[in-house]
Design a protein around this ligand. Structure first.
Ligand SMILES: *Cc1c(COP(=O)(O)O)cnc(C)c1O
Length: 230
């Protein structure tokens, strides 16, 4: 078995185990391909992976250009990095999902630039769940208001929440943040019928995120190996 396929099978297996142990449905897997070449995306896609996450809008646009168009058309692209308003026009074109919406201005810019002939852009609200100073993400108390604005915009589909908790040596230390996210998510889903996605968990902590109710995990290093420097 080639290395990408072996790593993919291993990660899927660990996701299934964590979900089964917690008595929860297994979440979807987003392969985080930032700083990895188009060939690495193609290799993982050849093993059946369909959803890919990128942090930088221009890098993602170039990577999609470099892929075989028939393969590219079968993939789903998620923006998981911070989005500046001046990149919103390109982001609305390149991505199927934007997970990093944390303020009304960015949501409005994405809505303005999404081609109405296409399916709506799927949007997650990024939450600064631990209230870290200077960090991207909306304050937990502002989630209902921002989510309501997104739900009302044409061209956008509100799908849920995303968080990147503070890194800790011990992944168990992230559990309270994951649990707080799940309760915010349940409250939001009760208000908005289209909300079905809670994006949390990365290579070093995804079993804990799955146990606390992630519906989508974002995994880079465990699938692709170490990232080349930017
Ligand atoms: C890079 C990144 C990931 C993946 O991190 P790994 O530790 O390589 O799995 C997930 N989410 C976000 C927002 C990232 O920037």
């Amino acid at each position: 078995m080639p290395a990408p396929e072996r790593r993919l099978q291993d990660v899927l297996h660990r996701i299934d185990n964590a979900a089964a142990a917690a008595g929860r449905p297994a979440p979807a897997l987003l392969a985080v391909s930032k700083l990895q070449p188009a060939e690495a995306v193609a290799a993982l896609a050849a093993s059946g992976q369909r959803a890919f996450g990128e942090n930088y809008v221009q890098e993602a646009a170039a990577k999609r250009q470099a892929l075989d168009p028939a393969l590219d058309a079968a993939l789903e692209w998620h923006l998981i990095g911070h989005l500046q308003s001046n990149k919103a026009a390109l982001a609305a074109q390149v991505f199927d999902w934007v997970q990093s919406v944390d303020r009304p201005g960015v949501a409005e810019a994405l809505a303005r630039h999404r081609d109405p002939a296409r399916a709506p852009l799927n949007v997650l609200v990024q939450v600064n769940v631990e209230g870290e100073a200077g960090k991207a993400g909306c304050d937990p108390v502002d989630v209902p208001d921002l989510a309501g604005r997104i739900a009302a915009l044409p061209g956008l589909a509100l799908r849920g929440l995303m968080a990147i908790p503070v890194p800790h040596e011990d992944p168990e230390a992230r559990r309270p943040a994951f649990r707080a996210m799940r309760s915010l998510f349940d409250a939001l889903a009760a208000q908005h019928p289209g909300v079905d996605t809670l994006s949390m968990g990365m290579s070093d902590d995804f079993p804990v995120a799955v146990a606390e109710g992630a519906t989508l995990v974002r995994i880079g290093t465990a699938l692709f190996g170490a990232r080349p420097p930017r």
